[in-house]
Each structure stands twice: as C-alpha cells, then as structure tokens.
Design a protein around this ligand. Structure first.
Ligand code: SF4
Ligand code: MG
Length: 325
C-alpha cells in the first residue's frame, strides 16, 4: 500500500449559536508514505481542523459529520479509547505553531521527554535518554545542555526544534506540522526547514505540513492540496502545480508569493478576503474573488475532477477543458 493515510469524503461541522459552520466539506486526500504532503490555504480554510481529525482530537462543538480516515487501511475513526491513545504520538504526532505552550515550564526538557515516552511504552529511562539525545542531536541541539534546561532558557527556534525532537520520540509513522515556523524570524524558519528536510530524508518520514505560505510549501512539499472554505480545490505534485496551476485560487496564491517570482513588481495579491463560513457565496465559494467567474460559477458548485495524473481541480474552467490565461 502506497498511501499511509487515506481520507475519504470527510466533513466536519461546528454548531455555533449563530449557525452551523462546515469547516471541512467533503474532503478526500491521500498521504503517500515517505513523502511530504502539504495543505496550503488562508487561516480558516480548514487545514488545522482536517489535521485534528487525523488525531481524532476535534473538540466540541465540532463533530465529524461523515467520512472515514484510514491509516494503513484501518478506519481510525472507529478506534476504541485504548487504540486511540496509542494512535496519538506513536502512530501520528503533531508539532504546533506555539511550541512554548506545549512544553511544561516547570520541568526540565529531559524529564518531559522521559515522561512522554513512559506514558506510551515500557522503555527504560536510560534507553529513553539515549534516544532523546540522539534526536536532539538530529535537530542540531546540544543534548547534554538541552536535556537539563527549562523551556524559558531556550529561544523560540530552539523550543521548536525541541518539539520536533519530541514528535519523533515514539517513531511515529506520520508527523503533522501545523505552521511550524510561523512565529519565528525568517532565518530561523529557513534553518528549521533545512532540519525538517534532513530528518524527513534520513528517516524516510511521512510528513503533513500545514501552511498559509505557498513559498514554504514549494520548498518543502512533494505534493500539495490547496484548501479554500473547507474544500480542497486543487491537488497535485508541487512542481507540476507551480508550473501549471489548474485552479484560479492556486494561480492567485502563486502570483502573490514574493519569493517565487523573480520580478517582485509582478506580484499581486488576490483581491477580497476569505469568505464567511456562516454565509458562503453561492456556487463556487471563490467566485466573488475570481477574475474568471461567470454566471455558472455563481449558480453551480464545480465538481472536483481529474486534470492529469494525480491531479484534481474543482473549477468550471477545468470541466470545459479551458486553460488559465
Ligand atoms: Fe473561478 Fe468559476 Fe473556477 Fe470558481 S469555478 S474558480 S469562480 S472560474
Ligand atoms: Mg490553523
């Protein structure tokens, strides 16, 4: 089996006082083994909610309305409590944007690493320390110093590298990285992505990266899913997508990314703002912002169709076989 994770027709709703939001709307996505898959989209597009579903940590008032998530062919949404505990960390681990909040401020890093592993396995403390040192070394931190340190003694970038080491402690099959460098300066971001790519290659690790920044995605991911208003509007190999975007929103994101185009004066951001999920535009949710929108776009939602090998796009232009200008 080539795919570690297969998400099928997943919908997640949040019942709010003001109405029901569909944060994830009929999403299907494959996460191939040993590859970096990215989800890119504006904040509120549903990336984090989708990722939380892979850990089955959707919190109230959110509910999984329909769909399945298979890991190694097993539907994890049907796991019992015991199996689910194993699933989190040991099968799938997650690195969040706000690392400093995830670390316990009154415990040394080494103690926290030992505690995390002991909660899931019967390894001895010596074995855990050896493993922790190895992983800290991997993320280019000095183990002897870091294991004894308290979180406040570390910079933001160091804490984020500690969190990456943490996420690898139980040899997970999938590591989810949710905006892993967003709170950090650009040089630190670059450094962390170098480390992540190195770890990915050496461990042959399957990763899911969530980012609002398509230039980050371009640099790191093998495959990209573009999310808009809870839907995946385009999926493809990173290289092919940047070469030839099939969906106007993808094309807009690429044009707006400063580091991808050589000529900065060509950059233009997508007009308008992300839609209100409580009051979505009719038809294609992107139509108020789309320069190609027609009457059909306002009336009818485009279907996701195959637009090449491993490529899917949901736009009326694609249905008619038309190209983006
Ligand atoms: Fe634009 Fe219409 Fe395609 Fe939506 S369906 S992205 S509005 S052209
Ligand atoms: Mg998010």
């Amino acid at each position: 089996e080539n795919n570690l994770i297969e998400i099928r027709d997943l919908s997640i709703e949040f019942k709010l006082r003001s109405g029901t939001i569909r944060a994830v709307d009929h999403v299907s996505l494959d996460i191939p083994r040993g590859k970096v898959t990215a989800l890119v989209g504006e904040s509120g597009s549903g990336k984090s909610t989708l990722a939380s579903a892979i850990l089955n940590i959707i919190s109230a008032p959110g509910i999984i309305k329909n769909g399945s998530i298979f890991i190694n062919g097993q539907d994890m949404l049907r796991y019992n409590a015991n199996r689910l505990r194993q699933h989190r960390w040991a099968d799938v681990s997650m690195v969040f944007q706000a690392a400093q909040n995830a670390l316990n401020p009154v415990m040394r890093i080494g103690e926290q690493m030992i505690e995390t592993v002991l909660a899931h396995t019967k390894m001895s403390k010596e074995e855990i320390s050896r493993k922790a040192s190895q992983l800290l070394d991997y993320v280019r931190l000095e183990p002897s110093r870091i294991l004894k340190a308290y979180p406040h003694e570390l910079s933001g970038g160091m804490k984020q590298r500690v969190m990456i080491a943490f996420s690898l402690l139980l040899d997970p099959q999938l590591v989810i990285l949710d905006e892993p460098t967003t709170a950090l300066d650009v040089i630190t971001q670059d450094y962390i992505f170098d480390i992540l790519l190195k770890v990915h290659k050496e461990m042959n690790l399957t990763m899911l990266l969530l980012s609002h920044d398509i230039s980050v995605v371009a640099r790191v991911a093998d495959r990209v899913g573009v999310m808009y208003a809870g839907k995946i509007v385009e999926i493809g190999e990173t290289f092919e997508m940047f070469e030839d975007a099939k969906h106007p929103y993808t094309a807009g994101l690429i044009q707006a990314a400063p580091s991808i185009l050589d000529d900065v004066s060509d950059n233009k951001s997508i007009k308008g703002s992300s839609p209100n999920l409580l009051d979505l535009p009719s038809g294609c949710a992107f139509h108020p912002r789309c320069e190609f929108a027609t009457d059909l776009c306002k009336q009818e939602e485009p279907r996701a169709i195959s637009v090449g090998i491993g490529r899917i796009s949901a736009c009326h232009l694609n249905e008619k076989g038309e190209m983006l200008a």
